[in-house]
Design a protein around this ligand. Structure first.
Ligand code: THU
Length: 137
């Protein structure tokens, strides 16, 4: 799936975000190794710190569906006038399940796509010596 098609799905997911407090909708579209697509939006809470970003929602949703391999991620922020990349917490979580080469596409209101790799966004892999136990779980 091309970046533009993946971004279109992320943009649609942003419309399903639950963001009544910030009014800053974010949509994520995660392309899985098996070719399937998982989408999610940010989910806020009136206890603001409980908010979950779109990217982490997508990762958790995918893992819950048994998917552990990912080939690309698109993030759409239709309420931002600049392209918004995954926050620091999400970079850490994405790095648990993807390699440095994972392409990440991100866009703001105008939909213009910026492309980076996870390695560019998260160059120093925190706790890499603890990463990935082959048995899972
Ligand atoms: N947010 C995301 O969903 N992903 C990001 O990468 C940036 C921030 C959400 C969290 C909160 O609901 C709103 O955007 C404003 O921070």
């Amino acid at each position: 799936m091309e970046s533009t098609a993946l971004m279109t799905e992320a943009r649609k997911a942003a419309d399903r975000a639950y963001a009544p407090y910030s009014r800053f909708r974010v949509g994520a579209a995660l392309l899985c190794g098996d070719g399937s697509l998982i989408t999610a939006g940010n989910v806020e809470n009136r206890s603001f710190g409980m908010t979950i970003c779109a990217e982490r929602s997508a990762i958790v949703k995918a893992l819950s569906e048994g998917k552990r391999s990912f080939t690309a991620l698109a993030v759409s922020c239709p309420d931002a006038d600049y392209p918004v990349s995954p926050c620091g917490a999400c970079r850490q979580v994405i790095s648990e399940f993807a390699g440095r080469e994972l392409p990440i596409y991100f866009a703001g209101r105008d939909g213009a796509i910026r492309t980076v790799t996870l390695g560019e966004l998260f160059p120093f892999d925190a706790l890499h010596e603890l990463r990935e136990r082959p048995t899972g779980g």
